[in-house]
Structures are given as C-alpha cells and as structure tokens.
Write a protein that binds this ligand. Sequence first.
Ligand code: ATP
Ligand code: MG
Length: 348
Amino acid sequence: VTRPRILTGDTPTGRLHIGHWVGSLENRVRLQDSYDCYFLLANVHAFTTRAEQPGDIRRDTIEIARDWLAAGIDPERSTLVVQSEIPAIAELTWFFAMLIPYTRVMRNPTLKAELAAKDLGDHYSFGFPLYTVGQCADILAFRAQLVPVGDDQSAHIEMCREVARRFDHVYCGVPPTTLDDDYEKAGGIFPIPKALLGRVARLPGIDGVQKMSKSLDNAIFLSDTTEQILARMKRLHTGRQAMTDPGDPNNALFQYARAFMADQERVSELADRYARGDNIGDASIKAEVAAAIDALVAPMRERRASYTEARIVEILREHARRANTVAEETLAMAKEAMHLDFGRRTLA
Ligand code: ATP
Ligand code: MG
C-alpha cells in the first residue's frame, strides 16, 4: 500500500520561527512515518515580494532547509522540494489559473491581509496574487491529501479544494455531487486536499498584535541563541505598566506560555495572579517563557551545526529528482485529461 501524501512548505522570505513550529512544523515532524511527505521551499513565490533580492532568496532557501533538518525533518523519509526545480508546478499553475475567476482570487482574505500587512498598496506585481493559484499547483502536483498549515493558510487551501473539484468535474467527468473523499474513486486525478491546523494555528508576534511572521520583524527564530531569545522576549509588548496592574491572561505573553511551557499548572497559577495584578511582573514571566522556548530549540542547535551548505545543496538536488517523478506523472495525467496529449518527455 502507498501511504497518503502530505504537501506543505515555507516561502524563503526569512528564517523559521516558533510560530512555524506550533502552526505546522511540529505536525510535519510527527507525520513523517504515516505519510509520504513532500516539503516545499517556495523560492519562486519569494520573488513575488523580493524580485530584486535573488541572493537573499537563495540564502533563505538554504537556511529554511537547514531549519527543517534541525527541527527533525528526516531526509531519508521525507522529500525536500525546491519549487524552481519542478517545471510541472509552473505548467499546472497556468491550467488552474483558467479554472478560477480573477475576482475569486482577489477576494481571498489572506491575500488581502498580506497586501495590507506588507504595505503593498496597489503597486504589487502581477505575480503576487498569482502565487495563490501557484500554491494550488504546489499541492495538487503531488496529489496530496493532507496539508499541515497555520490558520492564515485556510483560505488558500479552500481555493485549492475548489480548483481540484473543478478540474475533476471539467476534465475527468467526476459528477459535481461526488463527496470530497470520493473524487479519485469517481475518476478524478486530484484528491480534494484537507488542511491540518497546528496546535496553535496563529501565534502572535512580539508586537503583541500581528501574527508572528518572518517578514515583519516580530519573530523569535528557531535559530536564535539563548541570549537572542531572552532579548526578543523582553521586547514583547503587553501594554502593562505596574506589577499591580491587572493583566490580560490571554495576551501574547500567555499564549507563548501555554504553547511552550511544559508545566501547564504553573501557567494557570501565573495567569491567575496576572489577571488579578497580584504583585507579579512581566519580566519574571518573560524569563520563564524564554527558558521554555530555549529548551525547545536547544536540540535543534546541535543538529543544525551538522549540516553544511554543500550537504544541503546535495540533498536538494537528489530530492528534486524524486519530486519530479511524482509531479511529472501528475502533469502527464492532467494533460491527457485536457487533450494535450502531444508529447512524451522525461526529465533527466
Ligand atoms: P511571510 O511573512 O513571508 O508570509 P510567514 O512567517 O507567514 O512568512 P510562511 O512561509 O508564509 O511564513 O508560512 C509557512 C507556514 O507556517 C504556513 O503553513 C503558515 O500558516 C504557518 N505559519 C506562519 N506564521 C504562523 C504563525 N504565526 N502561527 C502559526 N502558523 C504560522
Ligand atoms: Mg505568510
């Protein structure tokens, strides 16, 4: 029996942070045995916001691969996919772009939120909204059933599900009344993928407001040192003034405490005192939370040191071959269904 597939990934716009861990990475590490996993480095999508920094994109592509390996992604069991090496993804993006209305893409709430948060106004590139269609192709090129992601991706996964259904209806004759789980059985090429949300689907950043984001300078990185973690925790904004001020036990500080401290009874006790303003300072709680985050990333530091850039590039080359085997198979099936059955190609 073949294992069901996972496709998910990250855009090389920076390094990975603790929001990635609770939102998706932790699930990826856990599911490596039960799924055939493909983890995508969305380097083409990084050009939608960083077209003028190709060197930075390359560096971050390597750094995210290093973050993955450090976090416990096993290159023997899982496949690391560099998006730019998989031509089938770009080709499927074209086909899928014709199956979804332009207005539907522009209504995507995550896309709108990104345009606002990244201050892209009305001067974003044509390719920026197109990345959402490209992401449908990322997932469907691997005919993935499951997509472990944070909550900001839910809208994108919903779009991907719509595109998969539509392709299967239009080109594979799958009846529109078919249940989502039965699309392949009914003759569809694409399964209708499901999102798997993480333990914390949206971790706030140290600004206390926005989601933690690698491009917003509000993150604690998996590659931070003990000192950097503490320094960033100190910057965390709670808005609280005195030890006797009642604090919000659901603010970013306590969301981190719940997400990362091993002793949850201790967290409840702290939250209780915090809410009452019972002579408890932000600084001491921040120090405890920083120690908990440090304990999470400490083993990653050791593994990180064992991967050189040369070794990472070698893994990415090897894995591109594995990934293309699957993606080319999907593309050939899709083209045949679309009556585009003129060629036969094999990627070396
Ligand atoms: P960028 O600022 O460039 O958009 P990002 O930090 O949002 O970067 P992505 O590469 O867009 O990171 O997201 C990678 C994955 O991590 C996605 O599944 C996303 O949902 C998840 N993720 C990102 N930020 C968070 C967060 N703060 N909490 C939970 N999950 C998150
Ligand atoms: Mg993002």
